[in-house]
Structure formats: C-alpha cells, structure tokens
Design a protein around this ligand. Structure first.
Ligand code: CO
Length: 210
C-alpha cells in the first residue's frame, strides 16, 4: 500500500466508527458550524490543534502558518479572522506557538532560506523590540524559547490592532484574545499572555470612527 493510501483507508475507518458511536454526527455537522474558538497556530505537524486540546470537528476554526504569525498584509489570515469574528462570532481567539519552533529558530540566524526570509523578517522585528530581554538568557535554547513567548505576545497584540478586532470589541465586547505556548517535550500548553475585549492600547492604534 502506498503511504497516501493509508490516509484514505484510515478515513473510511474513522467515518464508520464515528457513525457507529453517533449516527447523527455528520448529519448534524453538515448543516452548520458554530465554533467558539479561532486558533492561529504554527504549521508544524507536531502541533495538531484538535488533538492537543481534545476538541472535535465543529469546535475550532483554524488558521495555520509558519511560526503562527499575524501579519497585517496577509489577506488569508485577515479573511479567516474577519469570517471567524463577524460571521461565526467566536468568543475566543487563540494564538498558539510552540517551544522549539523551527520558524523562530531560523529567524534568529543570518542564514538565507529563500522566499521565507520575507516571512521570517517579521520575527526578526520581534527580536529587535525585545533584544535586551532575549539576550538576558545565557544559552541559545533559553533565548529561543523566550523569543517564542514574546513572538506569541506580539502576534496577540497584532490581532488587537486590526480594525476587525477593534470594531468587534467596540460593538460586541468580544472576542477575548489569548497567547499560548505548547511544549513539544511534555505536551502541555502554557498560557502566557491575554487581552480581554476592550483592553486599552496606545491610542494611536485605536480608531474613533469604526
Ligand atoms: Co513552529
């Protein structure tokens, strides 16, 4: 059997096992989705949002990219965010990074990786904002993990700066923004930063005519 055929085989087994346990499962989900969470995570194959949070189909709306970035010119991310906030009306947006992230690690080097350099430059900016704090750690692994935490924090702040979130905070007093970091070593998620709806930022980021 070719490796991809295994996936199709697994799928058939999963579908029949699911129906056996809950005959209405697919019928129910095929009509509507009402997820309470938007997850913005790293593409890393070792950080599957559903498995690590024990959530089922229909419960989390998901966007993933390298190093869980919130980049204001990323039309893909903005479309997902707008749909999640304005149509699905999610209550929580979670940015989840992970310790040992290869994207953040690559951004800490001077090595060129091709087109991804442009993406990683956003992380180099995070490093520049927090250089002193990152460099207060002695070994490279601690430095990397501190930058991973600070990167999650900055991406949550980037979310808060979008007109989508600003508008929703003003009109619906939601969603609550969370910054989490997942540990590849122990499988545990550490909450490190949060911005409840209405958190004040530098007024320069707050629009008065939304
Ligand atoms: Co990663």
């Amino acid at each position: 059997m070719k490796s991809y055929e295994k996936l199709l085989e697994n799928n058939k087994n999963w579908a029949s096992a699911t129906i056996e346990k809950d005959p209405e499962f697919f019928h129910r989900l095929s009509n509507t989705q009402t997820p309470e969470y938007l997850w913005i995570g790293c593409s890393d194959s070792r950080v599957p949002p559903d498995s690590i949070t024990g959530t089922r189909p229909g419960e989390i709306f998901i966007h993933r990219n390298i190093a869980n970035m919130v980049v204001h010119t990323d039309l893909n991310m903005l479309s997902v965010l707008q749909y999640a906030v304005e149509v699905l009306k999610v209550k929580h947006v979670i940015v989840c990074g992970h310790y040992g992230c290869g994207g953040v690690k690559a951004a800490m080097t001077q090595q060129s990786f091709g087109i991804i350099n442009k993406w990683l430059r956003n992380i180099k900016d995070v490093y520049r904002f927090h250089e002193e704090e990152v460099n207060s750690f002695q070994n490279d692994e601690d430095k990397l993990n501190k930058l991973i935490e600070l990167n999650v924090q900055e991406q949550v702040m980037n979310l808060a700066k979008t007109s989508i979130i600003q508008k929703s905070w003003k009109e619906n007093n939601a969603p609550h923004l969370h910054g989490w970091v997942y540990g590849l070593n122990d499988g545990l998620i550490k909450p490190i930063f949060e911005m409840p709806a209405g958190t004040h930022m530098d007024p320069l980021y707050e629009f008065d005519n939304l």
